[in-house]
Ligand binder design. Structure first.
Ligand SMILES: Nc1nc2c(ncn2[C@@H]2O[C@H](COP(=O)(O)OP(=O)(O)OP(=O)(O)O)[C@@H](O)[C@H]2O)c(=O)[nH]1
Ligand SMILES: [Zn+2]
Length: 290
């Protein structure tokens, strides 16, 4: 598995041995990204100064992509094979932005990666409003403060590959250091000085959890562009709504005001709660208002 990439050098874990590798010429332009399962040949001893070669990239279970912004036509895959997307959001300092949470949710559903909302700094503000806002979507939520038990989060991360995303200052590095005491992630804004326009140079890094599983930290990735996302595909992540939407007209995007969208009569008939449909529509509309 590729655990990090720095200037064309790939750190690959072979068994439990870290090996530095380059892409073999035969891979051509095919991208190899963090989380990819790859085949390496050559010197795989991992000894100082040795270089192995990546000759094959396995088919991916999932791909998280980001575009630099929504007008950027290029989708840049950043993490492969994740099965969980952890959205780290502070309850205060900086204040939470539901628009951004919604955008990341959409990116996760689009990529087929299950979301987990991790609310930090509960010592500074109450989580109640955010918990209520996301309850209708059934997004799992973990609330943390400096004294909180980590067990619920550790349980959610156990044996899975979880990508952590969050705006600078939300406490992501603090969290990684608590989960993985020897991770030594810089906290307090040090590692995020790269700022706007330079985040192409920052790579995700996969870190093994002591209890099994991986967290993939993504410095510099605050959100994912959504220009490649088709809102109509997002509904597939919501079984009950997808069922109802079978009665929608062809090509229905299920947004508020969509002509003859079956979600409206379903709400009127009490088949689904108005809050759930409203939350779903707010989320799929998030791509339009960054
Ligand atoms: N009150 C409070 N402060 C916290 C909590 N978690 C982290 N902080 C503080 O918030 C600041 C930012 O934390 P970081 O862990 O550096 O945040 P980050 O998201 O990694 O941000 P960058 O370092 O910019 O990438 C630090 O001063 C932390 O000490 C918390 O639960 N409560
Ligand atoms: Zn519809």
């Amino acid at each position: 598995m590729i655990t990090s990439i720095t200037r064309g050098r790939y750190q690959v874990l072979v068994g439990d041995r870290p090996v530095i590798a380059v892409k073999a010429r035969q891979l051509g332009r095919k991208a190899a990204i963090v989380g990819d399962r790859v085949r390496v040949v050559g010197d795989t001893s991992g000894a100082e100064g040795t270089l192995a070669r990546i000759v094959d990239v396995e088919a991916r279970r999932s791909v998280l992509r980001r575009t630099a912004d929504d007008d950027d036509p290029y989708e840049r895959p950043i993490v492969a094979n994740a099965d969980q997307l952890v959205i780290v959001t502070a309850l205060a300092d900086p204040p939470p932005r539901t628009g951004m949470i919604d955008r990341i949710l959409v990116a996760g559903y689009d990529a087929g990666v299950a979301p987990l909302l991790c609310l930090t700094k509960a010592d500074l503000a109450s989580p109640d409003d955010l918990v209520a806002a996301y309850a209708p979507l059934d997004v799992p939520i973990v609330v943390l403060d400096p004294d909180a038990e980590l067990a619920p989060l550790q349980d959610a991360l156990q044996d899975r590959v979880s990508v952590l995303v969050g705006h600078s200052g939300v406490g992501k590095s603090t969290l990684v250091n608590r989960l993985i005491p020897d991770a030594d992630r810089a906290t307090g804004g040090v590692n995020e000085v790269t700022g706007r326009g330079r985040h192409t140079s920052t790579s995700a890094i996969a870190l093994p959890l002591p209890g099994g599983g991986w967290v993939i930290d993504t410095p510099g990735v605050r959100s994912f562009g959504l220009s490649h996302v088709d809102p109509a595909t997002i509904i597939a992540a919501f079984g009950d709504l997808a069922e109802i939407a079978r009665d929608c007209p062809r090509g229905c995007d299920h947004r508020t005001g969509a002509p003859d969208c079956a979600l409206d009569p379903a709400v009127a008939a009490g088949r689904v709660s108005a809050e759930r449909v409203a939350s779903f529509r707010r989320m799929i509309s998030a791509e339009r208002e960054p």
